[in-house]
Write a protein that binds this ligand. Structure first.
Ligand SMILES: N[C@@H](CCC(=O)N[C@@H](CS)C(=O)NCC(=O)O)C(=O)O
Length: 241
């Protein structure tokens, strides 16, 4: 079986699939496309026009799987070294928090796209509130003894939040937005994820520069902070609220 992950260098949904493949030790080829100029072959096989796609080639035939959550489940069903817990209740909890991870990525998108300062501060509070939920979940989790969401075993939830925290690394270089204030468990988890090789290696070395350029070009309130930083060295966000 040959696996090709159709990707974009910045996409967090691609990263979760790459992390799962790496954790399972499954070889795969990664093909980046330009989302601003989608190739014809990509449009033909991507029903939603989105990455990631997993092209699975075997016995001379090819199947294309779209939607990252579906790709993750497919890899669980076709490859060893499970990244989901065996217990159905724990598995349901993990799947639900993966969904919450996708909602958090949407909130991150609203945060970096907000056009006004008021909108930006509102999105920052909303994002912080989502991490409060996560903090409470990490405190409640019966299996919270180890480094990972599920305790001692790295799971798909970890694969999903590695790319989430990578955005916060970029935001930290722009200003202090207090997003993880008073969330010690989330902070410790973020640290563990940042040290994991599969998560580190899910992006190319030039990822920070690429993301910075993307955020700078967005035309959003965050972009204006980047411009101010470039002019003034560093910037402390004046909080009106
Ligand atoms: N629900 C999808 C979301 C994937 C997604 O939003 N991908 C973005 C890039 S990160 C994309 O391809 N957007 C299409 C575009 O920019 O035209 C999944 O989980 O795979």
């Amino acid at each position: 079986m040959k696996l090709i992950l159709v990707s974009h260098p910045l996409c967090p949904y691609v990263q979760r699939a790459a992390i799962s493949l790496t954790e399972k030790g499954v070889p795969f080829e990664r093909v980046d496309i330009d989302l601003a100029d989608k190739p014809v072959w990509f449009k033909a096989i991507s029903p939603l026009g989105k990455v990631p796609l997993l092209r699975v080639q075997r016995n001379g035939e090819e199947t294309t799987i779209f939607e990252s959550a579906v790709i993750l489940e497919f890899l669980e069903e076709t490859h060893a070294d499970p990244l989901h817990p065996a217990d159905p209740y724990a598995r349901a909890r993990h799947r639900a928090w993966i969904e919450f991870g996708s909602a958090t990525l949407n909130a991150i998108g609203r945060f970096y796209s907000a056009s006004t300062e008021a909108g930006f501060l509102a999105e920052s509070r909303a994002l912080s509130g989502m991490f409060d939920r996560l903090e409470a979940e990490l405190a409640d989790g019966a299996d919270r003894s180890g480094l990972w969401f599920g305790g001692d075993s790295f799971s798909l939830v970890d694969a999903v939040y590695g790319p989430v925290f990578r955005y916060l690394d970029a935001f930290d270089t722009i200003g202090d937005f207090d997003i993880l204030d008073n969330k010690p468990r989330v902070k410790a988890w973020r640290q563990s994820l940042g040290d994991r090789a599969s998560i580190r290696d899910a992006v190319a070395p030039d990822y920070p520069q690429r993301l910075h350029a993307f955020l700078q070009a967005k035309g959003s309130f965050l972009s204006t902070l980047i411009h101010r930083n470039d002019q003034a060295g560093s910037f402390a966000l004046a909080r009106s609220a």
